[in-house]
Design a protein. Structure first.
Length: 129
């Protein structure tokens, strides 16, 4: 009897999502996802493997630091959250003054918003000098 119920449950779980997804319209891919797909496909398998390994290494390092109590600073986490909402404010709080980085972030945010967020994150993590 348990096998029968399991078989029915298995059939429902495999058939129903396919029926639901067939009736829903497929979401249109955004330009950002398409750009990432083409960029990812243009990489060689060795480059993909190296990137995956570097990501795994960074995750392990973060977990080790977290266990040792050396996790990311609270200020950095707050700045990252602020940069997702108001990128120029995050750059201003990080820099402590209104300078060229603030104006670049403001301009990028006003144009499209996503480049402003990316630029603010780069400034916060120290990639942009």
């Amino acid at each position: 009897m348990k096998r029968f119920y399991f078989l029915i449950l298995f059939c429902l779980l495999t058939i129903v999502p396919n029926l639901v997804s067939a009736t829903l319209p497929a979401p249109a891919p955004t330009p950002w996802t398409e750009a990432f797909r083409t960029h990812w496909k243009s990489r060689t398998p060795a480059e993909r493997k190296e990137l995956k390994q570097s990501i795994k290494t960074e995750i392990r390092n973060f977990q080790k630091a977290k266990k040792q109590g050396r996790a990311a600073d609270t200020n950095t986490l707050l700045l990252v959250l602020i940069s997702l909402i108001l990128p120029p404010l995050a750059v201003y709080l990080h820099q402590g003054e209104i300078n060229s980085k603030f104006w670049i972030s403001l301009l990028l945010t006003l144009l499209i918003w996503v480049p402003g967020v990316i630029y603010a994150l780069l400034v916060i993590f120290g990639v942009v000098n």
